[in-house]
Design a protein around this ligand. Sequence first.
Ligand code: PLP
Length: 384
Amino acid sequence: MIYADNAATTPVSESVLKAMLPFFSEEFGNPSSLYSVGRRAKRALETARETVASCLNARPDEIFFTSGGSESDNWAVKMAARNGKKSGKTHLIATAFEHHAVLHSLSALEREGFSVTLLPVHENGIVRPEELEHALRPRTALVSVMTANNEIGTIQPIREIGEICRRRHVPFHTDAVQAAGVLPLDVRALGVDFLSLSAHKFHGPKGVGALFVRRGSGLSGMIDGGAQERGLRAGTENVAGIVGLAAALRESCEKAPENAARLSALRNRLIEGALAIPGARLNGDPEQRLPGNVNLSFEDLDGEALLLLLDQNGICASAGSACAAGSLEPSHVLRALGLAPQLARGSLRLTLSAQNAREDVDGILRVLPEAVRRVRAFASRSER
Ligand SMILES: *Cc1c(COP(=O)(O)O)cnc(C)c1O
């Protein structure tokens, strides 16, 4: 099997699994308990918080653990909206191709009376800081722009946007779920107030994430109940998962520069090979993109049929995002690029991680041209 769908999820690395295992058995304590097995769990939790903070250049008390990227996004957007509302600020800005965890949070807030501006991302899949600046109003409560897009991998000008938001005193959230582990993430340098992470996108376990909230941001809770996470998110902590998240983040932070260089070379090899297929084009900026992301469109091709054929050849890939897969609607990301529906329908996303080798890329390139040809031939036969 060649696994090339790392934007959907990644396998847990061996060392991360090893770090987690004791917390399912002998170190099973509840961090709120006062006896020693509980205290050890508490210590593991706080060590994990320090590790995450140091990877992000944040303070430990600015890190909150959640159930994943979706919850972090929901919490950040709704917390900032609630903060804004206190001073009559009811306008929110995001890009048109945010993850649904952000977009649907914004729709929920719209139903509560907030107004939302979605910025265009243009043909290259990159938001323009000057357009953001233009969209800001005195009543803007939040700007939310993802660090890198999950479908087309384009990297956004977060630092410039952060600068604008600082200058205009507008809180700024970034969904860094896809960027974590491959791009350097320094919350101070980026000028962000909220940043979302999800462990399973960087070789950690599923169902655990983190949210950075800059000190002084005005905190409000997500889940009512016990006093966990400083009384803001109740529920006994997912200790093993949190330990896994921290181990995975540290590992990928340390290796990020090395991994990024190796992955970009693999990605470019894959892009070059795929673009030799007639009627193929690359979606999103060729340079400002995640080191492991390849997103292609093929003319006259049914993307779903191609995926099935690739699967028969042992290749795991994706059409849009996994969340949109199975729906007949073309992905909102490809639509935001202004891609013709016919090209959006024939899209293919291949995403590589540090666990992929050159042989995987070569294996894909051996299968892909013939698979595209067969899907097209089949379609034109059934038209006749
Ligand atoms: C995967 C993903 C999410 C959701 O994370 P979960 O942990 O699966 O809830 C949010 N944003 C982006 C950009 C993602 O890729």
